[in-house]
Ligand binder design. Structure first.
Ligand code: PMP
Ligand code: GLU
Length: 395
């Protein structure tokens, strides 16, 4: 029976990351001592030089609509960033600034995917990819990876997943949720496969580019032959602790950038003007301004990985970037813990919430039903306490 809503929204899953964060917030408001490791957002403040730029923009009356695809000065700064960090030669006509990388991804999906088109998702993948693709009429085709392979897809797996309906492949590197980082050699091998299928496009989500401890970073668009087939997605939310400012962007072939501009011209009219002005200073800043924050994330990564290794039954890889760990918890499936039967990762995650007061996100949301995700973007003290509680709840 109709509930008054469209099939589109009835069929859409709620974002599990945001839902778990909301639940944790609600329980905290009720007075529960919840440690939330659910939401992936830096616990640092936006750097002062960016805040100053925003204040200046307000005083200079940047209060009207910006061009739909973003201020030219911002697009030029983004081109400089792409050249400096990624050796990519984008021009302003290749850039579209949007209301967060999430909207950038949504624009691309709406502009590129027809009903029934298949989009390959190496799993685990970021929670919103599959829903954004489905909202655009596409069919997500999950390709499972394993902890033994460091959660990375092989060229053989990619080729086996390709069909005449394959339109795109979407991934993030560093990966949310696994933290895996693909090397240039690995991307070159993947590009070798794609060379045989010239109609397939790549969405390279590089939002965790700077939160990377591997010492290596490779943009797919910098692999010979891939520039014209890649949509590079990035933003300032993670690197500059600006999640609430809502600025993301793409570098893409001009016809795709034009399409995304047309799309958002009908939907948002463009991103927030003040946040755009502030983003100019962010992307123009030398990435070394992030050193302290990245060092803090690395030290937390080491701490959490060490503590998880001490918890019997949890299996993990060592993530090389982003700020998540993604342990395999399947050894608990079928067991009863303090009267609760754990059948799957959802049960496990809910058990940790009720018994340890620690909020996490089930791996199901990321296309891996054996794992759960912890965000370690919180203080070492909180992380240590969270792991102590989890160990106790599982003992
Ligand atoms: N891609 C990935 C892999 C993410 O983790 C996130 C989370 N914020 C986004 C895109 C969206 O970023 P934004 O906040 O800029 O919309
Ligand atoms: N990307 C973050 C996460 O995965 C923020 C939440 C979201 O945008 O879904 O937790």
């Amino acid at each position: 029976m109709s509930n008054g809503l469209s099939d589109r929204i009835n069929n859409l899953s709620t974002s599990q990351t945001l839902a778990m964060a909301a639940l944790a917030r609600e329980l905290k408001a009720q007075g529960k001592d919840i440690i939330s490791l659910s939401l992936g957002e830096p616990d640092f403040n936006t750097p002062d030089f960016i805040k100053e730029a925003a204040k200046k923009a307000i005083d200079e009356n940047y209060s009207t609509y910006s061009p739909v695809d973003g201020y030219l000065e911002l697009k030029e700064a983004i081109c400089r960033k792409f050249k400096r960090d990624n050796n990519l030669d984008y021009k302003p006509a290749n850039i579209v600034v949007s209301t967060g990388a999430k909207q950038s991804l949504y624009n691309v999906a709406q502009c590129m995917i027809n009903d029934g088109d298949e989009v390959i998702l190496p799993a685990p993948y970021w929670v919103s990819y599959s829903e954004i693709i489905k909202m655009s009429g596409g069919i997500p085709v999950e390709v499972s990876t394993s902890i033994e392979n460091d959660f990375k897809i092989t060229p053989q797996q990619l080729e086996a997943a390709i069909t005449p309906k394959t339109k795109m492949i979407w991934y993030s590197s560093p990966c949310n949720p696994s933290g895996s980082v693909y090397s240039r050699e690995e991307f070159t091998a993947i590009a070798e496969v794609l060379k045989k299928y010239p109609n397939i496009y790549v969405v390279a989500d590089e939002i965790y580019e700077h939160i990377n401890f591997s010492g290596t970073f490779c943009s797919m668009a910098s692999i010979p032959g891939m520039f014209e087939r890649t949509i590079t997605v990035n933003g300032v939310a993670k690197a500059f602790a600006m999640t609430g400012w809502r600025i993301g962007y793409i570098g893409a072939p001009e016809f795709i950038a034009k399409a995304c501009t047309k799309m958002q011209g009908q939907v948002t009219s463009g991103a927030n003007s003040i946040a755009q002005r502030a983003t100019i200073t962010a992307v123009d800043a030398d990435p070394s301004v992030l050193n302290e924050m990245v060092a803090a994330f690395k030290s937390r990564r080491d701490l959490v990985v060490g503590l998880i290794k001490e918890i019997p039954g949890l299996k993990i890889n060592v993530p090389e970037g982003a700020f998540y760990v993604f342990p395999d918890v399947s050894s608990f499936f079928g067991k009863t813990l303090r009267g609760t039967v754990i059948n799957n990762a959802d049960d496990f995650s809910m058990y940790l919430l009720s018994e340890a007061n620690v909020a996490t996100v089930t791996g199901d949301a990321f296309g891996n039903p054996n794992c759960i995700r912890f965000s370690y973007a919180t203080s070492e003290e909180q992380l240590t306490e969270a792991m102590r509680r989890i160990k106790e709840a599982l003992a």
